[in-house]
Ligand binder design. Structure first.
Ligand SMILES: [Zn+2]
Length: 450
């Protein structure tokens, strides 16, 4: 069985922050007026285009502070950052007020606020704030907050805004993200909070080509998944926006060293995509999903919008179990024989039904009967997904025959056509999967073939 490997990364190097702070603490605040906090403030340009760094430092008898934060020179962004910084500072002061002066004399309090800025495509930044405060009681309190700034739209983007339906995305993504963490650790419990409640996915951020799921305030480790894996759950505007940054990244890739040991080995794995059309259908689709799950195989379902409307829970299960959902029209009309406006309507209504049911958007289209032409392709906007192996399951209704066609024709990169509306197809599936996996094929979604 092959599990998708996901990368864990150490996010924060505290040492680096300490050095940064030390370098910036060049001005010592006056101690003549003990009641007034005297900041030494400076703003410096940074290597990030259009972003400056504001540094404030104060050193008093009973405490010291060092605060660094980005300045975008965009009022809507800067005001919110200032507000965030102020809130954190006041929290520190009120905790310090609770301490006795004697305790402070013995161990002075300290507060540092630093940040990392991560570019995530043109005009899009993730800002990760780290707060380290010490107000006695033995240990430093470390917390982490993230903001995503859309510099082009001049506003912050909340994590949940990236998704068609954040709650459905959270339910579907929690297991794969937990599976990406080292096993037998408390980490998978710790991350559950990011996926629960009305703030599920609120604290995620984008880092290059990954979506990062912070584990817990104060944890230095995060879980991450490639944006590609999250893409079906994202609203179209963000899919398009991050697709651009992914392309840029790929253009730069040839000279860059491989990121992980897995990529470095670069073993070629043979892949086959099983596809199921015309569903969902309660009995047969459910049986097919269960077999796929048993063998950890992924598939693509080209669903009919009219059926999605009736059986939304089946479509939600497909998404949750990591399958791809494709658009097979609303009513299975031949796209070459209806007006362009009707083709568009068939596609749009189906996409809307899938989004409502599962919180994902169909990424690819398979026109009914595979019937297409230049005009239809223009409406699709992307090449239609047809197939290379036709099992003729709709005609034979014979599990042995379906199995034999797959056995004789499947090769690396094959797209196999089946229909999840027939009981006999469901019956054939287990033998087919066992055969393909024994032959060394990984069963992937259509999107993963490319
Ligand atoms: Zn069909």
């Amino acid at each position: 069985m092959k599990k998708k490997k996901m990368i864990l990364a150490m996010l924060v190097s505290m040492a680096m922050f300490v050095l940064t702070i030390a370098a910036n603490l060049i001005v010592t605040a006056s101690k003549t007026d003990e009641d007034a906090l005297v900041w030494a403030t400076e703003v410096k340009k940074s290597s990030y285009d259009g972003v400056a760094i504001k540094t404030k430092a104060a050193e008093e008898e009973l405490y010291n502070m060092a605060v660094h934060y980005p300045v975008f020179s965009i009022a809507a962004l800067d005001e919110q950052i200032e507000q965030y910084v102020k809130t954190k500072e006041s929290q520190f002061f009120s905790e310090m007020d609770a301490m006795s002066d004697d305790a402070l004399v013995e161990h002075s309090a300290s507060f540092s606020l630093t940040f990392r800025l991560i570019s995530a495509g043109e005009g899009f930044y993730s800002i990760i704030f780290m707060v380290d405060s010490y107000t006695g009681n033995g240990s430093h309190k470390i917390s982490k907050d993230t903001l995503m700034a859309d510099v082009i739209a001049k506003k912050f983007v909340a994590g949940r805004e990236l998704f068609i339906n954040p709650d459905k995305a959270a339910r579907a993504l929690i297991t794969p993200v937990q599976n990406s963490l080292p096993q037998g650790d408390h980490l998978s419990e710790d991350i559950a909070h990011s996926f629960a409640g009305d703030q599920a996915l609120a604290n995620i951020f984008i880092e290059e080509n990954d979506v990062v799921f912070p584990i817990k305030s104060g944890e230095t480790m995060d879980a991450r998944m490639p944006i590609k894996k999250i893409k079906p759950y994202m609203k179209k505007e963000w899919r398009d926006r991050f697709a651009v940054s992914m392309t840029n990244e790929q253009l730069q890739a040839p000279d860059a060293p491989p990121k992980t040991a897995v990529e470095a080995r670069h073993i070629h794995v043979k892949k086959v995509a099983l596809t199921f059309d015309d569903g969902p259908n309660p009995d047969s689709t459910t049986a097919i999903l269960s077999v796929l799950k048993k063998y950890d195989a992924k598939a693509t379902f080209y669903v009919l919008g009219s059926r999605v409307d009736f059986f939304p829970e089946l479509v939600e299960r497909m998404a949750q179990e990591g399958h791809e959902i494709g658009n097979h029209s609303w009513s299975h009309k031949d796209f070459t024989k209806i007006p362009p406006s009707s083709v568009q309507k068939e596609l749009d209504m189906t996409a809307a039904a899938v989004e409502k049911a599962a919180g994902v958007s169909p990424l690819t289209v398979r026109p009914p009967y595979g019937a297409t032409n230049k005009n239809v392709n223009q409406i699709l906007g992307a090449p239609p997904i047809l197939w290379s192996v036709d099992t003729l399951d709709w005609k034979s209704h014979n599990p042995k025959s379906i199995y034999n066609i797959v056995k004789q024709n499947a090769k690396d990169g094959s797209i196999i056509l089946m229909h999840d509306i027939h009981k006999t197809t469901a019956d054939a599936l287990e033998e087919i999967i066992i055969y393909l996996q024994n032959q060394g094929y990984e069963l992937v979604t259509v999107d993963e073939l490319y």
